[in-house]
Write a protein that binds this ligand. Structure first.
Ligand code: B12
Length: 221
């Protein structure tokens, strides 16, 4: 990791909002890929989470970290969504979980790349996911979750689709705090921790051309 990148990760970790903003702007001016900058900020948030786990930070610090992330997104807004897109992806944060920053980012990038998204929001039950897939005929389901307890809800959601005979018609990707073991447990097709890769995968599944994101998916102001 480069020195400036390291400084950004540390600025997020220490919740130094003004320094984060300065470093993000500096990165953009130097032509750093906006999605790489977002990845660094995510990395810093992971560290905030670790400090919370070690009881060195409190819930207020988690809230502060999410506010810093939202501020960063005002500096790096995702391009305007294209209008009238056919729903191709159903996405949501699973029941019991309200972490939505990564999910919102993914939905925004998908729309910016011309992929129609039905975003069910947070705390979404297996039944609600099932209903949305049936109503829209979307072929991709994106489940987001950052709590350990979310894995079981993801598994139940996949089971509900299997029981209803819908599983083979839908590609399921999970995102958030996930890994291959979680994917296996849940019975999903893919696991993603970098939304840019998730968007690329959706485009591939849907048979769309894949371009670089920085050129058209993200507007820098
Ligand atoms: C910010 C934050 C919060 C904020 C969330 C604000 C919001 N609107 O989302 C608030 C303060 C509300 C919060 C609350 C809680 N939190 Co919290 N939180 C975090 C923190 C620090 C950062 C999460 C984040 O936004 N990261 C930045 C985004 C961009 O990253 P991301 O979500 O991973 O998304 C990326 C990818 O995963 C991907 N992606 C995400 N979703 C999807 C979906 C698809 C389909 C695809 C393709 C890709 C994709 O795209 C993104 C960009 O690449 C994490 C620490 C961590 N390690 O992540 C803890 C963390 C997740 N929280 C934790 C905890 C314990 C809680 C609370 C229980 C605390 C409490 N005692 O109340 C509550 C739970 C509330 C609930 N019921 O959900 C724990 C979970 C531990 C566990 N194993 O279960 C963590 C890991 C902290 C820790 N290390 O202890 N939290």
């Amino acid at each position: 990791m480069g020195k400036t990148q390291m400084m950004l990760v540390t600025a997020v970790e220490t919740l130094d909002e003004e320094k984060v903003v300065r470093l993000v702007k500096m990165g953009l001016q130097r032509g750093v890929d906006p999605l790489d900058i977002i990845e660094d900020v995510r990395h810093g948030m992971e560290r905030v989470g670790n400090l919370y786990e070690q009881e060195k930070y409190y819930i207020a610090d988690l809230i502060m970290a999410s506010l810093i992330f939202q501020r960063v997104l005002t500096i790096i807004p995702i391009a305007q969504s294209k209008k009238g897109l056919k729903p191709q992806v159903v996405i949501g944060t699973v029941e019991g979980d309200i972490h939505d920053i990564g999910k919102n980012l993914t939905a925004g990038l998908l729309r910016a790349r011309g992929v129609g998204v039905v975003d069910l929001g947070v705390d979404v039950s297996p039944q609600e996911f099932f209903n949305a897939l049936q109503e829209t005929g979307a072929k991709i389901l994106g489940l987001s979750g950052l709590l350990t307890s979310s894995y079981e809800v993801m598994r139940k959601t996949v089971s509900a689709l299997t029981d209803a005979g819908l599983r083979s018609e839908v590609q399921i990707m999970i995102g958030g705090l996930v890994n291959e073991d979680v994917q296996q447990h849940v019975g999903a097709d893919h696991w993603i921790i970098d939304c840019a890769k998730g968007v690329e995968l959706c485009q591939q599944i849907l048979g769309m051309g894949v371009n670089t994101y920085t050129e058209s998916a993200v507007n820098v102001i």
